[in-house]
Write a protein that binds this ligand. Sequence first.
Ligand SMILES: NC(=O)c1ccc[n+]([C@@H]2O[C@H](COP(=O)([O-])OP(=O)(O)OC[C@H]3O[C@@H](n4cnc5c(N)ncnc54)[C@H](O)[C@@H]3O)[C@@H](O)[C@H]2O)c1
Length: 269
Amino acid sequence: MYNLLKGKKGIIFGALDEKSIAWITALKCHEEGAEIVLSNAPVAMRMGAINQLAEKINAPVIACDVSSADDVENLIVKTKEHFGGGFDFILHSIGMSLNVRKGKHYTEIDYVHNLKTFEISSMSLHRVLATCMKHDALNEWASVVALSYIAAQRVFPDYNEMADAKSLLESVARSFGYHYGVKKHVRINTVSQSPTRTTAGSGVKGFDGFISYAEKMSPLGNASAEDCANYCVTLFSDLTKMVTMQNLFHDGGFSNTGVTGAVIDQMEK
Ligand SMILES: NC(=O)c1ccc[n+]([C@@H]2O[C@H](COP(=O)([O-])OP(=O)(O)OC[C@H]3O[C@@H](n4cnc5c(N)ncnc54)[C@H](O)[C@@H]3O)[C@@H](O)[C@H]2O)c1
């Protein structure tokens, strides 16, 4: 522990269970001295696990379906009240694909569901940031991180409409990063994480093959949820204060690798 987040306050969205990247990030932020408000969709909160995390890190839990303007407004106002003023970081760790859930192939998606997917997985970042701006909720040099995946740049066929959702998410981070940077030095980045065994991750068809392929294609191996949490801590800290509007690959080198010895060995078998 380095006390990297001593005195900092933030919201962490998306801790569903102890495998969630958000769950592990909340624990790490707490260890590093941060005060936290936890948030998740009401339906996820009914499952109850988030309360165990809340107890451990002494954090309030505020329900918020990020596709509801009222919920987001309520969350930001209540969080300001709880902290007695503005706060310093946000983790957006939210993903949901209605077409994947319904088993629709990418070439046959339902567009109403598609819009909902984008609303929850991508434009929610915009909604949260716009609401923070309206209430002047983020402090100078605050840091916002949203989690993404390399399907935003390259084709991974079974990632389906989430590929488009991640492209949009990364674009919102860049565009809002400009406006919030100019206005208040707030920085906004996406972290493009290796495939990770979580509830959302395991929803991708063929996930087991997918994760071992990525492991073989990454010189350092896949980055774990814990590695991702550590990286998020550095991005919330003042040590990275000039990093903004970036999509940061956190993937053991996967994104810059054409082929590896391990994959060639596999192909020659
Ligand atoms: N697991 C992976 O392989 C992987 C890889 C790269 C990026 N990511 C991204 O990391 C993020 C976190 O996912 P995870 O893997 O920890 O899985 P997870 O299932 O633990 O987390 C996803 C969260 O999104 C929340 N959510 C869904 N709909 C919501 C809504 N309407 N309002 C508020 N919250 C809502 C869920 O309740 C859940 O807590 C997601 O953005 C995901 O796309 C995951």
